[in-house]
Each structure stands twice: as C-alpha cells, then as structure tokens.
Design a protein around this ligand. Structure first.
Ligand code: AMP
Length: 175
C-alpha cells in the first residue's frame, strides 16, 4: 500500500499559491489509516521516549492512536487559549500566517523524553515551536515523526540541522 495514493492535493487552499495536502482522504480509509499508524509505531521503536506529544489539530488524530498502541502518555500542544490551566506559550511563523502554541505547565516533566508527532512538516516553524515548548517545560525532544514531509520547504533539514532526529512516512514537493 502506498500511503501517497490516499493524500488529496488541493491547489490554492487556504490561499493562493498553497498546495494543500489533505489527510482526510487517508484517515477515512480504514486500511490506509491503520497502515499509517502501524508505520509510525514501527518507526517510533527507533526513538527513546517516554511521552508522545502532538500539535493541534491534525497531529492529534495520528498521535493519540500511536500513544494508545505504545502505551505511553499523550500530551496536547494546543492553539492559544484552548488549555484551561497554567501554560507555557511559544509564538511562531506558519507557511500561511503566524500562530501560538501552548502546553500545560504540568504536562512535561524534567527528564521526560518526548516524541513529537504531526501530520505534516512544511517550513518547520510549528515543529520548532513544539520543540521550544518541550524545552521550556524542562523535557527533551526524543525526535519527530511526520506523516508528510514537504521536502522542498526545508523544514525537515531545519530540524536535522538543529540536531533533532526526524522520520517522515511520505515525501511531497511543497508546491
Ligand atoms: P510548518 O510550520 O510550515 O512546518 O507547517 C506545518 C503545519 O501547517 C502542519 O501542522 C500542517 O498541518 C500545516 N500545513 C502547512 N503547509 C501545509 C500544506 N501545504 N498542506 C497541508 N497542511 C499544511
């Protein structure tokens, strides 16, 4: 099964010039979704981690299933003002705009090794912000697993150059 066949590409969404890689067509297919989760779990064996974290919202779809299967706690990195208790906060730039992500102060503890999962890496700004949240929380980043890498947007190289271990299931050009 080639997971690439299940990703829908939508030109000029959410704005002109962006080729949106849509994962809804992958997750609505039970075998493709199951295969995708199994592959992430298999790849996670190469990382030393004790917690799984994901970035709102599409990251949650994949990471919570992985967390259940690897039997490790799941941490939500959420958009601004969504978490009800005390948070750490990081601002960052997106391929199309800017944003803030937050984590509860008591989610990640000192010495935690966190595997960060997201649906897609483009410029790497979101992933870098996620890594900052883990660092501010005094944990360390065990690595990143992405379903899709938009390789020509440089995010994956940005993370590996910063010393992070990264694995991607699918490669697509960004445009
Ligand atoms: P970035 O911070 O540039 O690496 O952007 C990554 C985040 O933005 C991911 O959480 C994606 O869900 C979303 N994203 C960015 N570019 C695209 C794209 N071309 N297609 C689908 N999602 C995207």
């Amino acid at each position: 099964m080639d997971l690439k066949d299940y990703i829908r590409s939508i030109p000029d969404y959410p704005k002109k010039g962006i080729l949106f890689r849509d994962i809804t067509t992958l997750i609505k297919h039970e075998k493709a979704f199951a295969n995708c989760i199994d592959l992430i779990v298999e790849k996670s064996n190469g990382f030393k981690f004790n917690k799984v974290a994901a970035i709102e919202s599409r990251g949650f779809v994949f990471a919570s299933a992985v967390s259940y299967l690897v039997k490790k706690p799941f941490i939500m990195l959420r958009k601004k003002n969504k978490l009800p208790s005390d948070t750490y906060s990081v601002d960052f730039e997106l391929e199309y705009g800017s944003a803030t992500i937050e984590v509860h102060k008591d989610s990640i503890e000192k010495n935690d090794k966190v595997l960060i999962i997201d649906d897609l890496i483009a410029t790497g700004g979101t992933a870098e912000a996620a890594a900052k949240l883990v660092k501010i929380s005094k944990g360390s980043v065990a690595g990143f697993i992405f379903v899709i890498n938009l390789f020509d947007l440089g995010g994956c190289n940005r993370l590996t150059s910063a010393g992070f271990k990264v694995h991607n299931l699918i490669e697509f050009p960004g445009h």
